[in-house]
Design a protein around this ligand. Sequence first.
Ligand SMILES: C[S@@+](CC[C@H](N)C(=O)[O-])C[C@H]1O[C@@H](n2cnc3c(N)ncnc32)[C@H](O)[C@@H]1O
Ligand code: SF4
Length: 499
Amino acid sequence: MTQESITRNFLDTPSFWRDYPERDIEFVRWYPCDVKPLSAEQIYATREKFPKTTSFYVHIPFCNQVCTSCPYNKFSTRNTLVQRYIQALKNEIDLYSQLPHVRDTVFTSGYFGGGTPTTLRAEELDDLLGFMKQRLNFSPDCSITIESTPIDVDQQKLDVLLKHGVNRMSLGVQTFHDPLLRYLGRARAHTGESATKTIELIDRSGLENLCIDYMIGIPGQTADLWAQDIRTLMDLPVTSFSVYNYAVMPGSEVFFALQSGATPPCPSTREADEMYQYLHTTLMDAGYLALTYNDFIEPMKPEWEAAGVKTYPVLKDGSKPYRGLETDTFYLTDHLSQIWGRCGDMVAIGSGAYGYLNNHMYLNEPDIESYISRCNEGRLPVVMGAYTDEHEQRCRSLVLGLKLLRVKRSVYRERHGVDPYEYFKDKVDDLVAKGLLEVDDEAIQVTYPKGWYYIDNISKSFYSDANYRLPQPTSASTEILKWQIDRTDGRKGLPIVQL
Ligand SMILES: C[S@@+](CC[C@H](N)C(=O)[O-])C[C@H]1O[C@@H](n2cnc3c(N)ncnc32)[C@H](O)[C@@H]1O
Ligand code: SF4
């Protein structure tokens, strides 16, 4: 095992800021990052202009099989906790439904993430979705996604999901190679064959958009195995596709197995980069449309075109016919567009969930028992967050908007009253000089392939001074911040916010 291959993920994982020409690999997901204690009352202390449409994120922190080296906020399925948690979710939804802002808005998209939301039984999913639809206004074509693994879906659950308008499933396949699944600690959960059977079952059910997740950087993964996985993907009835960079959590079983040599090494950084290049060229040569640098959707269909779905050239010089999808022209990608493109409101529901309401980014209580208690006491479980003033909103629209590879200047002007190029001229000019962005009258666009490679460096270039060099907030950092505040209560004058 070479030093390069074993150190790649261990060293890369904790790093959160690298300056160009070093590649920043911390995935930018939230903005702003300078979160502080925040209460639901503070979010609504001023009534700013409330948008007419919004989205939701519901966190279901349970899995039937907990994988070694999983970085997410989740627990093994335990029945009493699951039922208490669902009741707390319903209490939280009820509280939101009484707020004027949420009561009067229409939900155009939503996402059930985890953990694995489909670990809930069919009756539990039916109960939760039915409750939400009763309390909140869903648009008729509301696009709803649910995350799953190949072992947590069956016909009964699919029937319930379809009945409630769920039209997208994000299925964690990771790879179709059984030895690699074993190295990931997922082999007890599923095999390549069982994943294929589940995909066929979902396809037969008529679900509109099946997205599968793969990971790059898995122990034992080689260029050949990756190429086979891409071919398999293209042969299966899969509408869209996302790829994650595998991160090895220090102290996890996978970490020790790698150190002892019990599993083969992870691909080196160079090998992982080549896998990305292979993925991009293979999919776009076949006509797949880019949503982000790591999300793609099937080639344009006549019915999409007829419905007004628009694309743009990835390469302005036309040297290749690669196209990207304008996510705001397609209801199936409304959630992506709402979160990243429009930077719109998102009601966060569940322990450890993140949301954005009334110009505040906020995080819910990550400790599950505290979360349950708060909801049962009739208090919204908001604990941390940050207000975004007009300058921060302008930054945010580029920090998140450019993750979709393109920001339309007219849309930005309409939202912020200024042109993004004029407002950030020095920063944009610098990124153009580095070959990472291109600007024309219509849009600011990330260059392919160079800008795609540096996507998170580009995104972070638009962090405000207050957020410069701050890491992305996580549930763990929320816990640490809460702990620090609890310990310094009254002594250092840090506020304890009672919600
Ligand atoms: C929250 S999971 C949801 C799906 C489901 N829980 C699963 O694992 O199949 C979303 C995705 O995160 C990715 N993921 C899981 N462990 C990871 C890790 N250690 N590093 C990076 N991505 C990871 C997988 O691609 C997974 O499908
Ligand atoms: S199924 Fe997904 S969320 Fe659950 S433990 Fe495995 S990787 Fe984590």
